[in-house]
Design a protein around this ligand. Structure first.
Ligand SMILES: [Zn+2]
Ligand SMILES: [Zn+2]
Length: 236
């Protein structure tokens, strides 16, 4: 991974705490992920991150459980399957139900004290929002390191960010340990806390970085996932 000239904890403002976080990671609390809580912390540290958001599909419990059990800075969140596409909700205090419209889902995230992020809004093979992205979101995931096609999805998301004046963030959408950190956001928070990070994102004090996850790593993930499924169904 190339270094993007952002040095951790060296900020323009010495009163700020600089966070380098992958804001979109799935753990084994999502059925389709291979990332155990142990992997989450190990690979986040290995990639030079000092925080990570857990955003499992339509559930929140695992994220809070992991956050409680580690000293590593875990931002609890979830990825909500709205009727219009996927939406990442960070720092929500209650489960956001799936199946509502994007407008209703964003309102519910705000009522639950959370940050609403339009994730991978212009990709193939994932529930994406496209024209449902609006100015009511707190941020847009301009870089999703596992987006396909990568370049055009970044370009379209950048254009939407510009048009709707949305804060730009990045994450990997990791489902396998060594994918973590290919997309990350640098956030200037007032202090080392989830609340301060959430506020900094809402206030736009952040910058997206990243590159696509190398295809070999995605292949490895698919192989291990298929092997796990095969094991489950093989007679013991
Ligand atoms: Zn998604
Ligand atoms: Zn995801």
């Amino acid at each position: 991974m190339s270094d993007n000239a952002v040095e951790l904890n060296k900020t323009k403002n010495p009163n700020k705490f600089q966070v380098r976080a992958d804001l979109h990671v799935h753990t084994t609390f999502s059925k389709d992920s291979l990332i155990t809580p142990k992997d989450l912390v190990y690979y986040s540290k290995k990639r030079g991150l000092n925080a990570v958001a857990v955003t499992d599909h339509d559930q929140l419990e695992g994220a809070y459980k992991i956050a409680k059990e580690t000293d590593f800075l875990v931002i609890p969140g979830m990825e909500v399957s709205s009727a219009d596409g996927h939406i990442v909700a960070l720092n929500v205090q209650e489960l956001i139900p799936r199946g509502f419209s994007a407008v209703e889902t964003v309102e519910r995230i705000h009522r639950a004290g959370g940050v609403a992020i339009a994730c991978h809004p212009y990709v193939y093979f994932k529930g994406c929002l496209r024209e449902k992205v609006s100015g009511t979101f707190d941020a847009i995931e301009v870089i999703n390191a596992r987006a396909f096609p990568f370049k055009s999805s970044v370009k379209k998301a950048e254009e939407a960010a510009e048009r709707l004046k949305l804060t730009r963030v990045a994450g990997t959408d990791a489902h396998y340990g060594s994918q973590i950190g290919y997309g990350y956001t640098v956030i200037e928070a007032a202090e080392r806390s989830v609340e301060a990070i959430a506020k900094a994102i809402v206030d736009g004090h952040c910058q997206p970085f990243g590159q696509p996850v190398p295809p070999i790593i995605n292949l490895e993930q698919q192989f291990l996932r298929l092997r796990r499924i095969a094991k489950k169904f093989s007679p013991s």
